[in-house]
Design a binder for this molecule. Sequence first.
Ligand SMILES: *[C@@H]1O[C@H](CO)[C@@H](O)[C@H](O)[C@H]1NC(C)=O
Ligand SMILES: *[C@@H]1O[C@H](CO)[C@@H](O)[C@H](O)[C@H]1NC(C)=O
Ligand SMILES: *[C@@H]1O[C@H](CO)[C@@H](O)[C@H](O)[C@H]1NC(C)=O
Length: 485
Amino acid sequence: MVEPARRRRGTMALLAALLLALAGSASAWPHDGAGAASGFGRGVAGGERRYRDLAQRRLDSVRSSFGARRDLATSSAGARVYHVTDYGADPTGSADATDAINKAIADAFRPPSNGTMTGGIPDLGGAEVHLDGGTYLIKGPLTLPASGGGNFKIHSGSLRASDDFPTDGYLIELSAEKSSTTRSYDYEYATLRDLHLDCAHRGGGVLVSNSLRVTLSNLYIVHFASDGVAVHGGHETFIRGCFLGQHMTAGGDPRERTFSGTGIRLDGNDNSVSDVVVFASGTGIMVTGGANSISGAHCYNKAAGFGGVGIYLKVPGATQTWISNCYLDYTGVVAEDPVLLHVSGSFFLGDANVVLKAVNGVAKAVQVTGNLFNGRDKGVDIVQLEGEFGTVDQVYVQQNGAMGMNVRSTAARGVVDGNGTSQWTVDFSETLLFPDRIAHVQYSLVAADGFPGHALQNVSGNRVVVATDKPVTATVHVMVDQNTD
Ligand SMILES: *[C@@H]1O[C@H](CO)[C@@H](O)[C@H](O)[C@H]1NC(C)=O
Ligand SMILES: *[C@@H]1O[C@H](CO)[C@@H](O)[C@H](O)[C@H]1NC(C)=O
Ligand SMILES: *[C@@H]1O[C@H](CO)[C@@H](O)[C@H](O)[C@H]1NC(C)=O
């Protein structure tokens, strides 16, 4: 097997280790006609020796091509892949590697050309900071140069915060916040991927500040004290295929009441969170900016019963958030004054629900439709109001399915029979979402015989009352809607 010149160092190291293992184990194989105890040293049979020689030659060849490659990599004319171990970072995680990795980052941030990206951000030409599959101890945040940069990657390894890591820091900070730049954005088209980040219960995992088009992919972030991922300003950060938790746990953790911190904090616009799992934290996803999309999020962080929230939309009056195909597992969605909110195709387990929380009492253009809810027969509403809503417009809570929970909707149907009666009441107080609010009623009276005079009399308290001018045998069908449109 010939090593292609462009093989990455990590692959080579792995192969070298494999060949070493093969070379070592060759001598231990049992051989024909010899006693079991004679496996080592002089007793080695010819065939095995040939195998060992072959393995050794392969190893030597790998080593020499590896050496050649390193010369190339460290020459200025070489590829722009910066291996942190080349900078002396200790991949065993014993010695502090902060300075070494920051040096590799600084080198990656030397632009290869005068090319720029949006708003003059230097184009780094696809530079990579490669963590070489190691685990690195860091005493302070890996900070990206304030000179800014775009078109680069940091990937493939583990970072662990030291016991004295600053509690207000993040392991990786895409942030020029501490310097005063005049650019609109500092980083663009940055990719952080295949990283395990252990925040050691000190700070957070990743801070993406004032950046454009950043992808965080396949990150496993644990032991954060503040946030797993925080996005401040900027836009178009993609957070996908990530796992975030304050503790390494797979549920049913006795410490659940004490879970704190936030898995993902979106304090900006136009971001996308997809296919993530947030476990063991106070809040799964906290959204304080508009126009963010969340799909495929499985939240089983702190249960609602202990005060946890799966997805918290704290953007009253300007929510502009769409949540789809999510799994809210014992912890729900809270939206303050929802305006432009869509929740669909999601599964809510263990009495998890959607709470609409009044701040100024406005709910407008809200769609909670086509979701499934599974509860424990405790009478919990699938959608619940906190506080009073004075403005309700285009709020559609409809076509959700539930077991063991109370289905609430903004539109409902009912039917009542009467025999020799002149007043029919259909009570929607347990099914309609907003109390004492019926904007539209449609009814039909089906009389067994005769043509009684009839009229709608009252809709107060979400109870629809229909009266006839004389006692009759009839069935009354009623449809109501809480929207004013
Ligand atoms: C970059 O710009 C400087 C100043 O205009 C110029 O001297 C230099 O040759 C340019 N470098 C490249 C690689 O184009
Ligand atoms: C209505 O009540 C009367 C008297 O109890 C009964 O004879 C009649 O069958 C009832 N009609 C219907 C449709 O239930
Ligand atoms: C409608 O019903 C409510 C509650 O029963 C009552 O207080 C109110 O006076 C009724 N309104 C009319 C117009 O009958």
